[in-house]
Design a protein around this ligand. Structure first.
Ligand code: SAM
Ligand code: SF4
Ligand code: SF4
Length: 371
């Protein structure tokens, strides 16, 4: 039986629909800001909770087995509903949309959604930056169509070069060579630079750090090392398996000297480093050892239209109820602005401080909300 916890109905007091009361909308061109002064700039849209991989740190097979019940199609937001909601987010300050999942390329005709989102404009008439995170399994097949539909760039997750280790990390027999082919196809299609995300688990795949760095140096692709996070409640995370980014940088820097690149505070996720010999750049995402909550400008929309304010949240706000209940765009915008204005989330900072409450709360699964 599935042990996944989905606590997704946030009811705010004093409102009939369970959504926080209307807030005044920001002036056109201004972003909605939260309780810590963080602007709403990024929207991550999870388009499916399904995946063809079973990465051990994300969808462990003993939980996500043949008995696991995925969301039925009727519960997913339709492409029209997603595009309409995204347009409202753009009105509220969002400049960048990332499609994710589950595996987003499993959602049928995802190119059509990309096309609809590519047509959106910010209040000052600019197109949005439109990216997608994928396990790469269907990328060789789909890269050209995604580019033609208006996708800006792509991020591919890949945790090992070694075929046996890749298979162990992703718990699939899908060949790593095919993921590499997807990365090249994306670059050739113009979805460049391709970012490659590697989750590092100490004692599991940390011996792949140098082979991965050597492989991607000089290719134009940007390899980024992600600290293993305590997302969800199913992966049995423990701190001993986290390899701090500082150690990643030390290992690579000993072989190929690195120099820091400037990174913005607001909206920052990765710290960027350049190879001193000009062979490109790498990034490290240190959500465990160096929290970046103070600049977190990301909202997350789940496959069935729940708005989450933090990757580690227990509860989401049911926007689908509003959308299907006949709310107009102004009403939807006011509800989202109201929800965002009350946001004070800073889970990773609290984890760093080792407060007990941060660890005790149930959390949404990564394969549902998409990272
Ligand atoms: N299936 C797509 C993929 O793998 O790229 C998109 C969804 S996946 C949930 C998004 C990202 O979350 C991937 O880069 C994955 O490696 C990362 N991720 C999942 N579980 C994680 C964990 N426990 N710690 C750190 N990163 C994680
Ligand atoms: Fe699937 Fe991505 Fe999670 Fe791996 S990380 S199981 S590819 S959703
Ligand atoms: Fe943002 Fe939550 Fe991650 Fe902090 S822990 S950076 S608030 S998603």
């Amino acid at each position: 039986m599935s042990k996944v916890i989905f606590l997704t109905d946030q009811r705010a007091p004093g409102t009939a629909d369970g959504i926080a009361g209307a807030a005044s909308l920001p002036a056109p061109g201004q972003a909605a800001t939260d309780a810590r002064g963080r602007p709403l700039r990024d929207l991550r849209i999870s388009v499916t909770d399904r995946c063809n991989f079973r990465c051990t740190y994300c969808m462990p097979r003993d939980t996500f087995d043949s008995n696991h019940v995925f969301l039925p199609h009727a519960q997913l937001l339709s492409f029209e509903e997603i595009a309409r909601t995204a347009a409202v987010f753009a009105r509220l300050g969002v400049r960048k949309i990332r499609l994710t999942g589950g595996e987003p390329l499993l959602r049928k005709n995802i190119e059509a959604l990309v096309g609809m989102l590519a047509a959106l404009r910010t209040p000052d008439g600019q197109p949005l930056e439109l990216t997608l995170t994928t396990n790469g399994s269907l990328l060789a097949r789909k890269a050209a169509a995604l580019k033609a539909a208006g996708l800006t760039r792509v991020t591919v997750s890949m945790d090992a070069l070694d075929p046996a280790l890749f298979a162990r990390m992703s718990d699939t027999d899908f060949p790593v060579a095919e993921v590499l082919r997807g990365i090249d196809a994306a670059a050739q299609a113009g979805l460049a630079p391709v970012k490659v995300n590697m989750v590092v688990r100490r004692g599991m795949n940390d011996d792949q750090i140098l082979p991965m760095a050597r492989h991607f140096r000089g290719t134009g692709h940007i390899l980024r090392f992600i600290e293993y996070m305590d997302v969800g409640s199913t992966n049995g995370w423990n701190m001993a398996e986290v390899l701090p980014s500082a150690e990643v940088l030390a290992r690579i820097g000993a072989e190929h000297p690195l120099t820091p690149l400037e990174t913005e505070t607001m909206g920052r996720v990765a710290e960027r480093w350049a190879y001193a010999d000009g062979a490109g750049e790498i990034g490290v995402i240190s959500s465990v050892t160096h929290a970046f909550c103070e600049g977190c400008t990301r909202a997350r929309l789940s496959p069935e239209g729940r708005l989450f304010l933090c990757l580690f949240a227990s509860r989401g706000y049911d926007l689908r109820a509003l959308i299907r209940g006949g709310a107009d765009d102004e009403g939807l915008a006011a509800a989202i602005a109201g929800i965002w204005s009350g946001r004070a989330d800073n889970y990773s900072e609290r984890r760093v401080l080792a407060t007990r409450d941060a660890q005790a709360e149930p959390k949404i699964e990564m394969s549902y909300i998409g990272g």
